[in-house]
Design a protein around this ligand. Structure first.
Ligand code: G3H
Ligand code: 13P
Ligand code: ZN
Length: 285
């Protein structure tokens, strides 16, 4: 069933576990995520970016997820979320389609510009019952910065700024930068756990960790204890899907697309399962 993302994450925060927000691009990745969450009786968030809107059609992918949720997965709470909305127009487009949870990502902008645009979007979104995630600090992408000798301090969320930003904008959830990065990437040797605790003590909202694909269980449980209620996962599932695809194509002359895509989906399901078990949301549907 479709669920309110803010309520899902507040419940997770109170329950000491986190919900996975998995990027999807098509029918197969959508089914891999939803079927696995069902098998584990877990709440789950499916999210997509503007690039996926361009690939699949925003309305098409939104209604695909909505229909699967309502007609095949009424037994678990499912959130649908716009990930990394980089400008006002794409966030408005998502809300027009029917998204009830959006991220406005102004993290690459100057602080004041990020704050002003986030506030403008929150005011419009809240008037329509839509919840908003923002990012403060900067979670870098593979290829965006050099991989050696990174000055992580430049990218980190400042706890005082986070407190001011969340109270002035009225956001519902906050994505934090504590040494995490997108993609299979050389992240900071240790996440800045104390910084996360400092943010959590000043910002009483569910906190979101982007770039969770290469985070292992010990780190995951440590940051849940310190305030993370949602982990964004893209690369791990994507890589598992493509590995499954390569395997089935290499091993024979199968041409039935349902079998080929089905194998890739099964491979993606294993990656989703591993993450949901680590997040502790299994059995929390
Ligand atoms: O953080 C975003 C995800 O990794 C997906 O990125 O859909 O823009 O390629 P993309
Ligand atoms: P990864 O690709 O590193 O899992 O990051 C996903 C993400 O943060 C999507 O917003
Ligand atoms: Zn992200």
């Amino acid at each position: 069933m479709l669920a309110n993302v803010k309520e899902m994450l507040e419940k997770a925060k109170a329950g000491g576990y986190a919900v996975g927000a998995f990027n999807t691009v098509n029918l197969e990745t959508t089914k891999a995520i939803i079927e696995t969450a069902q098998e584990l009786s877990s709440p789950v968030i499916l999210q997509m970016t503007e690039k996926t809107f361009d690939y699949a059609g925003g309305r098409a992918i939104f209604h695909l997820i909505k229909n699967i949720s309502e007609f095949y997965a009424n037994d678990i709470p499912i959130g649908i979320h716009l990930d990394h909305g980089k400008n006002f127009e794409v966030v408005m487009r998502a809300m027009d389609i029917g998204f009830t949870s959006v991220m406005y990502d102004g993290s690459r902008k100057e602080y004041v510009d990020n704050l002003m645009m986030t506030k403008k979007i929150v005011d419009i979104a809240h008037a329509q019952g839509v919840v908003v995630q923002a990012e403060l600090g900067n979670v870098p992408y593979l290829g965006e910065i050099q991989t050696e000798g990174i000055d992580w301090e430049r990218y980190m969320t400042d706890p005082d700024q986070a407190a001011q930003f969340s109270s002035e904008t009225g956001i519902d959830t906050l994505a934090v930068a504590i040494g995490n990065a997108h993609g299979f990437f050389r992240e900071r040797e240790q996440p800045d756990y104390d910084r996360l605790s400092a943010v959590a003590s000043r910002v009483d909202l569910p906190l979101v960790l982007h770039g969770s694909s290469d985070w292992h269980e010990d780190r995951i449980s440590e940051v849940i204890k310190r305030g993370i209620s949602c982990f964004n996962v893209d690369t791990a599932v994507r890589v598992a899907f493509v590995s499954g695809l390569r395997e089935v194509l290499r091993d024979g002359d199968e041409t039935d697309l349902r079998k080929i895509m089905g194998s890739a989906k099964d491979s993606a399901k294993k990656a989703v399962k591993e993450k949901i078990l680590a997040f502790g949301s299994s059995g929390k549907a």
